[in-house]
Design a protein around this ligand. Structure first.
Ligand code: OFO
Length: 170
């Protein structure tokens, strides 16, 4: 059984995962309209993964005697100035989520809730993988620099083979 405090905090995290999914969905849609099919495919997949993260939390809260709250969704930004800014936003967003997960882990220790603590280790691992991937992608975009033609074309082709952290395949 989870405490009321843990239940509330996990419900907040459910909202964050839903918001992540919406943000990446919006980025994917932008990329698709801009003609970047590979980036769109990558981001649609990221969006689906975030939804899975939300579902995993919902099921955990309910299984542990709490009540998961399906959150309302805010409209994410729809316009992005460049491919680089998309992935800068994505990395910044992932860093925020990592901080939120770390805070949650800390609270589970304070509350002596070792079951939730163990459950959250999957998210800790996932964040590590996602931040590393976002950083790698951003490094590639920095290398491309202002080469808006050929460089981005190759980037769009290659990004589809990047993804799937081990944790997200579970
Ligand atoms: Fe939910 O995995 Fe990152 O944000």
């Amino acid at each position: 059984m989870i405490s009321q405090k843990i239940e509330e905090k996990l419900n907040v995290q459910i909202g964050r995962e839903a918001a992540s999914s919406q943000l990446y969905l919006s980025m994917a849609s932008w990329a698709e309209v801009e003609g970047f099919e590979g980036v769109a495919e990558f981001l649609y997949r990221q969006s689906d993964e975030e939804r899975d993260h939300m579902l995993k939390l919902i099921k955990f809260v309910n299984e542990r005697g709490g009540k998961a709250i399906v959150p309302a969704l805010e409209k994410p930004p729809a316009k992005f100035v460049s491919m680089r800014s998309v992935f800068e936003d994505l990395l910044a967003h992932e860093r925020e989520i990592t901080n939120a997960i770390n805070e949650l882990v800390f609270i589970t220790l304070e509350e002596k809730d070792y079951t939730t603590h163990r459950f959250l280790q999957w998210y800790v691992e996932e964040q590590l993988e996602e931040e590393a991937l976002a950083q790698t992608i951003l490094d590639k975009l920095k290398l491309i620099g202002d080469d808006k033609g050929g460089g981005l074309y190759l980037f769009d082709r290659d990004i589809t083979s990047m993804s799937a952290s081990p944790a997200s395949e579970e």
